[in-house]
Design a protein around this ligand. Structure first.
Ligand SMILES: [Zn+2]
Length: 276
């Protein structure tokens, strides 16, 4: 049983704001340790449940957040960016199950530090439904044969998972109190919860259905018209509203890559403020 674990930071217990998630943030040093501990909890649980091989992919920002000396030495780990599959880099290696630790709700939805991929995306829709990182990443896992079996994060993302993907185990480690405030489990308690859920998830993995998309159409609301106009210069992106771009792809991984490129265009299209 080969297990892939994508680890983000916004959904980890204790993490509530940019001072935790940004490298320059005052509390980033402690947040990356909470993230590493939650990754370890998933690794320990997965091995206890029957995993034989685990690959962890650092999936936040610079993707060099996990404190490697403190990570369970039984796991391999992918760090750094750029990666052509970003948060799902390595999933094409023949995995049976995928886990998503420290995840959060979609851009435009209520939830702790909600966003979808690039912070410049105001809303993302996948086949007409609001799309967060899990929705797309789990489909990429499905494309490569891996079953999404577990997600951890706040109560809002867990509610989304329970509604739309009841076969995926959702582990709530904190409750949303405001975009930058949570009622958290203690980090040790959060890890204990992730560990036991991960063990159960791997034991039952064979019974879980893969998430596979029937169509691959994405619409993204960008921060301004300039970004949409620049994107539409490429034949693969269609401007369907002042700030909205639509595109489609033959599969989930290609769709994933097309939104990565659109994120770069969106960043580049934000005008530099005039000199004062
Ligand atoms: Zn994220």
């Amino acid at each position: 049983m080969k297990v892939f674990i994508s680890v983000d930071i916004e959904g980890c217990a204790g993490v509530v704001g940019p001072f935790h998630t940004a490298r320059a943030g005052d509390d980033y040093g402690v947040a990356r340790r909470w993230m590493t501990r939650e990754a370890n909890a998933a690794i320990e649980g997965a091995f206890a449940g029957g995993a034989t091989e685990i690959l962890v992919n650092d999936s936040h920002g610079s993707m060099t957040n996990l404190v490697l000396d403190e990570l369970d030495p039984r796991a391999r780990v992918i760090t750094g960016n750029t990666k052509t599959l970003s948060m799902m880099e390595g999933i094409d290696g023949g995995f049976d199950a995928a886990m998503f630790v420290g995840y959060h709700t979609a851009a435009g939805e209520t939830g702790t530090i909600s966003h979808t991929m690039a912070i410049q995306f105001h809303h993302v829709r996948l086949n007409g439904e609001p799309c967060g990182e899990f929705d797309l990443n789990a489909a990429v896992a499905g494309q490569y044969g891996a079953r999404a079996v577990l997600l951890s994060g706040d109560d809002r993302i867990c509610t989304h998972i329970a509604k739309r993907y009841p076969q995926v185990r959702a582990v709530e480690v904190k409750k949303y109190r405001g975009r930058y405030a949570c009622d958290n489990l203690h980090p040790t308690a959060a890890c204990a919860k992730i560990r036991s859920a991960a063990a159960e998830a791997i034991k039952n993995a064979a019974k879980v259905e893969r998430i596979v998309l029937r169509e691959h159409v994405m619409e993204i609301d960008l921060p301004n018209e300039v970004a949409a106009e620049y994107a539409a210069m490429l034949p693969c992106y269609e401007q369907v509203g002042a700030r909205t771009v639509r595109f489609s792809a033959p599969d989930a991984a290609k769709l994933y890559q097309m939104q990565i490129v659109l994120g770069k265009i969106a960043v580049g299209a934000i005008p530099v403020p005039p000199p004062k």
